[in-house]
Design a binder for this molecule. Structure first.
Ligand code: DSN
Length: 419
């Protein structure tokens, strides 16, 4: 692993204790199957930009309007990143400074409404996100949060029910997007609902931004007042956030990010985002997005064929949720069994779950990281067989050992891109 070896070599000389921990995590990533749908593998180019001397620079403000001297190079880096984001997503304006999806969402609310206003988001246990109004997040503390959910029959969004809720609660902001919803969103319908209710539409496409970039999911950009995203999930960039909006909202968004929510931007992270966006100008990235979705469909079929129930009967995107209730298992049991066999997943609530959030009834799986490693439909069949074997034999050490060997073989055949 030349890229990794070079980086670890520098660290090893300066701080062997820390280098040892990074080495351990590198080996974990190389030797385990990463099925957490919000994780991915950043390219060596992204790592190079991220680990650069741009971390040394303060640049509060926006390109050309900074509060510090010496910004002539970082201005160009940030403008390049903005131009690339605007071109990739056909957006009029991009703010590339948010440190994370949560700070992007915080700034988006600040640009669209005031503390105490009503926001209407998707229920966390139906797939929504903490920052869409949960009472334990700033979004539910600063704003009056109301929720919509999926239909009990289909476990999908029923847009008539969303409309009904929106007309009941008349939110200032209608929030769409999710972290555990396996279906595509109907943005024209959401736009219409927001219009009827007198609300602004905020779409958080953190999970599926890469699918939008590659044409494998409809784009919310033409329909939303503000779109937020993260750069480290399907988009395959460094950890971080971003906001897209029409020119008419640019000033409010920029002011909300700085000084509203953040201080200085992390220029090294912005350089990493620029490197990730550049990769999306290459045709293989559109192909990547299509393969993520095709792999998820194949994995879902393989799991269902082995007797597992998936929420909403499958997936349209990069993720799926296994309902463990019919097997009388808990998410924690399965997550821990998978960990012992070298497969990384996360336990997750499923719609109408009555179990605790710490030990919910679902397991969330996704294909972004394994697709980045070059795995395709044959490997998805193998992964479905491995996950199903673990679930049907929870706690059986012999089964875990058998699965671990096969999972390790898949990893060795598809190394990380740091060689
Ligand atoms: N925590 C992220 C996820 O795993 O989906 C969302 O922010």
């Amino acid at each position: 692993m030349a890229v990794a070896a070079e980086r670890l070599g520098v660290l090893e000389a300066a701080d062997p204790e820390l280098a040892g921990l990074l080495q351990g995590e590198l080996e974990r990533q190389q030797n385990t199957l990463e099925l957490i749908p919000s994780e991915n593998i950043a390219s060596p180019a992204v790592l190079a930009a991220l680990g650069s001397w741009l971390t040394n620079k303060y640049a509060e403000g926006t390109p050309g309007r900074r509060y510090y001297g010496g910004c002539e190079w970082v201005d160009q880096v940030e403008r390049l990143c903005q131009d690339r984001a605007q071109a990739l997503f056909s957006a009029e304006h991009a703010n590339v400074q948010p440190h994370s999806g949560s700070s992007a969402n915080m700034a988006a609310y600040m640009a669209l409404c005031s503390a105490g206003d009503t926001i209407l988001g998707m229920d966390l246990s139906h797939g929504g996100h903490l920052t869409h109004g949960s009472p334990v997040s700033f979004s539910g503390i600063l704003y009056h949060a109301e929720f919509y959910g999926v239909s009990p029959e289909t476990e999908r969004l029923d847009y008539d029910l969303v409309r009904q809720r929106a007309l009941e609660v008349r939110p200032k902001v209608l929030v769409a997007g999710a972290s555990a919803y396996p279906r595509t969103f109907d943005f024209p319908a959401l736009r219409e609902i927001a219009r009827e209710a007198g609300a602004a539409l905020l779409v958080d496409m953190a999970h599926f931004a890469g699918l939008v970039a590659g044409g494998a999911h409809p784009s919310p950009v033409p329909y939303a007042d503000i779109v937020t995203l993260t750069t480290h999930k399907t988009l395959r960039g460094p950890w971080g956030g971003m906001i897209l909006c029409p020119e008419s909202r640019a000033k409010d968004v920029d002011k909300a990010v700085f000084p509203g929510v953040q201080g200085g931007p992390m220029l090294h992270a912005i350089a990493g985002k620029a490197a990730a966006l550049h990769a999306w100008t290459q045709p293989e990235m559109a192909d990547y997005a299509q393969r993520v979705v095709a792999n998820a469909a194949r994995l879902a079929e393989g799991l269902m064929a082995r007797g597992l129930r998936l929420v909403s009967g499958g997936t349209d995107n990069h993720l799926m949720l296994i309902d463990l209730r019919p097997l009388a298992l808990t998410g924690r049991q399965v997550q821990e069994g998978c960990d012992r066999a070298g497969i990384t997943v996360n336990r997750n609530s499923i719609p109408f779950d009555t179990a605790s959030k710490f030990n919910p009834s679902g397991i969330r799986l996704g294909t972004p990281a394994v697709t980045t490693r070059g795995m395709g439909e044959a490997e998805m069949d193998e992964i479905a067989a491995l996950v199903a074997e673990l679930i049907h034999n929870v706690g059986d050490e012999a089964a875990e050992r058998r699965v671990a060997l096969r999972a390790r073989a898949l990893c060795e055949a598809h190394p990380l891109p740091y060689g």
